[in-house]
Design a protein around this ligand. Structure first.
Ligand SMILES: Cc1ncc(COP(=O)(O)O)c(C=O)c1O
Length: 369
């Protein structure tokens, strides 16, 4: 962070600023008096807009009154969701490699996270259901997965989601899907269509939760706004829990989020075109480097190349930074299955990505070849 001139590809956000129409909506909301307390579950208007958004984009009917809870970020949605369903001593299965926060939240609840790595076969990630079954114990209560995934960009197919849901039903587990990257999806015929949500297959009576966020879709990371979709009993508990954590997300930011939902599609499509080009550029550049293999990700804004012979990704990233001023995230930070890889965020300009890929290639041929 203190070093000047670093090509930063280690972070988890786009370098685009929040679009102006969202900033203007926040200013307008302040003028209009959205400066008071509001409902613990969030502004009713925003919850209605979110329900309409699910109907339009995922073909899913949700009750905005009882199944959607607005939170102050995706990470807070994960926090209240996990907290509502785990008791101390319970165990949670987490598909990995994964962004480490869900696992840390499980530990904060005095429960036990158990990583279950995805399998990489012929360039494709898939869920290891045998390993999931083997990891079950009488204390297992929760299964968490992220699709599209950070750091892999992997997206669970609808068949895999059906199997996860069946597994959770059979073993009486809560299934928590982190879907914060669902709009950053390149696997559909039309750019802008979301990655499939687990909510398409779950009934409203299923023990299923979805954590979501405005951060990634609308370049609003610093605003801190997200939501949780959950079965109504847990949504009610999450709403109560909100009271004692943050009471509610900031009122004027919730109004700005309504503008994001209403007007955000064109800007999102422009961002997706740029992200897809960046992804393809990085994949092509990485695949030319001897000893590097990289699966093609269908979502989010990360690639996760595996480097032959790499045993200590932290030391590797440190040396890469010192010698070339390229910042990447070590794979080891993402739990089991992450070591041996690095995470590259490609939501940056080509003027950053191009020299970064060149320097990585040179560094690998010098120090690692
Ligand atoms: C997989 C995943 N889930 C949740 C979040 C949380 O997003 P936020 O707290 O900004 O809404 C992130 C952010 O990087 C993420 O990568």
């Amino acid at each position: 962070m203190k070093m000047d001139g670093v090509l930063k590809l280690y972070f988890g956000e786009s370098n685009l600023p929040t679009p102006d129409y969202i900033k203007r909506a926040a200013a307008r909301a302040l003028e209009e008096g959205y400066t008071f307390y509001t409902e613990n579950a969030g502004l009713p208007g925003l919850r209605q807009d979110l329900a309409d958004y699910y109907r339009r984009l995922q073909g899913v009917a949700l009750d905005p009154q009882s199944e959607i809870v607005v939170s102050a970020s995706g990470v807070q949605a994960l926090n209240v969701g996990i907290r509502c369903v785990l008791n101390p001593g319970d165990e949670a299965l987490l598909l990995s490699p994964a962004w480490p926060n869900a696992s840390a939240i499980v530990r904060m609840d005095n429960a036990v996270p158990v990583d279950v790595p995805l399998l990489l076969r012929r360039g494709l990630y898939r869920i290891d259901f045998d390993a999931l079954r083997a990891a079950l114990t009488p204390r297992t209560r929760l299964l968490v997965y992220t699709s599209p995934s950070n750091p892999l960009g992997w997206v669970a197919t609808e068949d895999e989601q059906a199997e996860l849901l069946g597994f959770a039903r059979r073993h009486d587990l809560w299934l928590l899907a982190d879907e914060v990257y669902d709009r950053l999806y390149y696997g559909a015929a039309e750019l802008g269509a979301p990655a499939p949500s687990i909510l398409r297959q779950a009934t409203r009576g299923d023990a299923v939760m979805v954590a979501h966020s405005f951060s990634k879709t609308y370049c609003m990371t610093g605003w801190r706004l997200g939501w949780l979709v959950a079965r109504r009993d847990v949504a009610e508990r999450a709403t109560q829990l909100n009271e004692f954590i943050i009471s509610h997300a900031a009122s004027f930011i919730q109004r700005a989020a309504q503008a994001a939902i209403a007007q955000g599609e064109d800007e999102l499509r422009r961002m997706l075109i740029r992200l897809k080009e960046n992804r393809d550029f990085c994949l092509a550049a990485l695949r030319q480097i001897p000893g590097v293999t990289v699966p093609s990700p269908d979502g989010a804004f990360y690639v996760f190349p595996r480097i032959d012979g790499l045993k200590d990704s932290f030391a590797f990233c440190w040396k890469l930074l010192q010698e070339t001023k390229v910042g990447m995230a070590p794979g080891v930070a993402f739990g089991s299955g992450g070591e041996g890889s690095v995470r590259i965020c490609y939501a940056a300009e080509r003027a950053i990505l191009e020299p970064a890929m060149e320097r990585l290639a040179r560094f690998l041929s010098r120090s690692w070849g």
